[in-house]
Design a binder for this molecule. Sequence first.
Ligand SMILES: NC(=O)C1=CN([C@@H]2O[C@H](COP(=O)(O)OP(=O)(O)OC[C@H]3O[C@@H](n4cnc5c(N)ncnc54)[C@H](O)[C@@H]3O)[C@@H](O)[C@H]2O)C=CC1
Ligand SMILES: O=C(O)[C@@H]1CCC=N1
Length: 270
Amino acid sequence: MAIAARILLLGGGNMGAAMLAGWLDKGVDPANVVVVDPRIGETLRPLVEERGVRHAEQVPAESFDVVVLAVKPQMMGEALAPLGTTLGPETFVISVAAGTTIATIEAGIGECAVVRAMPNTPALIGRGITGAFANARVDEAGRALADALLAASGPVEWVDREELIDAVTGVSGSGPAYVFHLAECLADAGVAAGLPADLAMRLARHTVAGAGELMIRSPEPPEKLRRNVTSPNGTTQAALDVLMAEDGLAPLMQRAVLAARDRAAALAKE
Ligand SMILES: NC(=O)C1=CN([C@@H]2O[C@H](COP(=O)(O)OP(=O)(O)OC[C@H]3O[C@@H](n4cnc5c(N)ncnc54)[C@H](O)[C@@H]3O)[C@@H](O)[C@H]2O)C=CC1
Ligand SMILES: O=C(O)[C@@H]1CCC=N1
């Protein structure tokens, strides 16, 4: 779907700029986007200076088809305050803020059509994935527009209960950080096994990236790909005996994901 909507993006930081880059790559006219942010960060700068997206420090007095909220949850009240006067009856809101509920958004700007979405930073290279929930006021056209905007950075998975967005946050919103940490741990373990640090990091980065790419390109599930690496009684089996022990990675990952999910729910109350 060609995206002709006029877009107001509040917050052009890591996530806002990543989504914006995706929209431009999908053919959104930069003249149709205004980014409101008190500062221009490194990711946003080329989009403004080289690709012609409009930047403003204050919400401009013009109408938009969609307002995308990409500020920190703690800044949401402040970011929503100036919107009261600019929202027209056709405008609708997409929020990517972790934890911020639709009720909080509606408390700030009144009842409106809201899509609450949870993307992730691989959006920056068009390899994100987004979970999304639409409230009852979002009509078919709004949902299609939200889908097109969010799909610019990867697949969109719609959920039918708002609270599931917190669980999505725990798995895929925060998930890239777990994978980067895995690469850090793998590299550190390589150093402990005797490798020079720079070589260990190269091995770890390429291993994580290559395994990720294989998982996306292969029709096989991760379990089969894991088995393909694991020779009976070989080296991988020795490592997996540690990782798959009762107190291994599975319970640790479960605790981590639940901690992120619960933190999202707690953010809603701050
Ligand atoms: N970074 C990530 O991996 C993900 C972040 N998110 C959500 O995206 C939102 C933004 O997170 P990041 O981009 O990481 O943070 P960030 O700190 O990189 O970006 C936030 C931006 O908002 C700007 N800002 C502050 N007050 C503002 C206001 N009143 N009006 C307009 N802009 C204002 C800041 O100057 C900053 O550039 C958060 O709510 C977060 O939960 C969602 C998915 C993934
Ligand atoms: O850490 C956070 O709160 C945000 C939400 C998901 C990823 N980063």
